[in-house]
Ligand binder design. Sequence first.
Ligand code: ARG
Ligand code: GLU
Length: 729
Amino acid sequence: MQRSLLALAVYVMAFTVRAHEGMWLPTLLKGIEGDMQAAGLKLTAEDIYSINKGSLKDAIVLFGGGCTAEVIGSQGLILTNHHCGFGAITDHSTVENDLLRNGFWAKDLGQELRNPGLTATFVIRMEDVTDRIVPQLEAGQTEAQRREAVTRLSAPIIKEATEGTHYAAVVRPFNYGNSYYLIVTETFRDVRLVGAPPDGIGKFGGDTDNWMWPRHNADMSLFRIYTGPDGKPADPADANIPFKPRHVLPMSLEGPQEGEFAMIFGFPGSTQRYLSSFAVEYVMEKADPMRIAMRTASLGVIDAAMRSNDRTRLQYADKQAGISNAWKKWIGELRGLKELNTLQRKRDYETAYAAQAREKGQDHYAAVIDQLRTLYGEYIPYATARDLFVEMVYYGPDVLRLADGFQDLIDGHEKLRAEGKLAQAVSDRLAGAEGYFKNHDVAVDKAVFKALLPIYRKHIPAALAPAVLREIDTKYKGSTDAWVDALYARSVFADEIRLKAALRNPSAKAMQKLAADPLYRVARSFFSTFLDQVRPQHAAVGDRIETAMRTYVKGMMELYPEKTYWPDANSTLRLSYGQVEGSRPRDGVTYEPFTTLDGVIAKHVPGDPEFNVPQRLIDLHKAKDYGRYGANGTLPVCFTSSLHTTGGNSGSPVLNGRGELIGLNFDRTWESTMSDIQFDPAKCRNICVDVRYILFLIDIYADADHLLKEMTIVEPPVAPHTIELPIHR
Ligand code: ARG
Ligand code: GLU
């Protein structure tokens, strides 16, 4: 009896501390507080989110547009990823003073580097305002009318929330507009770079290791928020002073312990948890394969070119990283969706949903499935054309955007001339073109064009193809290569000297000639087809899908009220919880949850662009000089946990049950990337830098121990990990 009770207790515990799907609104934590505490949370919901006292949420920062950061120092010191601070780090780097390669550590406040335009935003409060919006909306409104009405109804709510303060506020839709939240924020505009490790540590493993476990990267950088002398947000200025935080996250010297409760607090960007089977079918059978094929083709060209010489490597590093990050993610996503049988599961769910709706006399819910089927039939050609346009024009040959950028000049030259503004417009364009040719290689661009075009033509619905492509058949016997060769041979946009010559005397005649330029015509054809024939329809059908999804998701909650629902990520503040744990990503494969500095050194390849460890780190490893940050004779580096995350969670703090920082989130494993559509507790793991590696790098590697003085560093609890069984004899 005793034994079986005990076994049951262990089973219940094992069950409750499992990975949890969901990105929870901080205002709704009261509802899951019991679950979280059973899983190991030692705090209350009010400790995490409060509008009455300092709480964890006051340490969470929306960093720039799309990352998360957290306050870790009493002087406004914040921690985020290296790849989130990348723009700031590279902006301050020159060949002579290469902060990216060498790392950077400000010795005092005076050395911290300003980054105009970079912002840090805190959430002051969030409030459910659904009741002030939804009852006022009229049935049968189009999405456009509805958006307008929501804006009108939100205006007084926003005014009320911000009047007399320096705060900003927005009203955002959740769950496809079934609910609305007011979000009041405070944004600081003076955010300075404090520290970053060399890229041989902060970007260690590069694209090869990206989205992969095991991982050995300290994807971290440090910034500081400054305020005006009055403590309020201010533009960057000498008189500004360090920000006084309302909450500072303690740093745990104990670090992450396998099996312990963990939570993540940040700004996840977007998920699509409730997609219909029709949408998933599009992703799996069309969008992902088509985009992967195009990027495989362009990466084939770009990677080879980057290997061939240093100039091209530097020219294409940024572009290549942008192309390869999503490419690699989609490959993982597609594989994961197939393994989880997501499409069939969605179809089965829809069948059951319709039956349940009819049984409950809610036929309009059953009908929404058919509506979605019909709508996707209409939508897919436009979605295909739009996705192809983005791949071709924004991730493909850059010359299309260069040439299209001349439209104002070419179409408006008469007006510009009459207003005496032509010379300025021409010299602006020329300056832009100069930068373009410095950062691009025409041969690579042309090869990318050739590699992508056949894939584009294979997938583009005939009615939505740019008319100019017909020339390939009528004049080039169907050879895309011959067509592209001819375009580049004859266009001034493929040659800096010829482009400059064409603009030397910007007469009406010269402008007419430019208008007839082959690459200009092609670029215009791509853009105008998209803007006139694709975008409006894509938006119109997309709106009708949005209306149907609102009903569909509302139906889920009414037809299956016993299930838990969380609103898709939408770049608002969310919390996920789970535990520190490894995974079984594939049959026969187990991932251990921890990596160490030994693994970093084992991957070291002298001189390699991705795997070259700085000598100082090698020396510290040899001397085993880890200070108080080592464990078991080595230094912990990265770990995985079962927290539901997505893009935007980069830089988010991973906290233990006491609200102490144990890690810095920066990625997911490859086998997790389908979690934006379907989460799998057995497989989905986020990847973090261990707090002890972060402290080691600041304190010992960089000798920047002055930064530690403003931190709260917490010693391990005296009697660690005595497991309390919830049974009293
Ligand atoms: N995969 C991570 C994310 O989605 C890290 C990306 C860093 N960039 C890179 N190319 N390694 O943002
Ligand atoms: N690296 C991602 C980001 O920039 C986070 C990884 C993910 O998508 O899970 O937000």
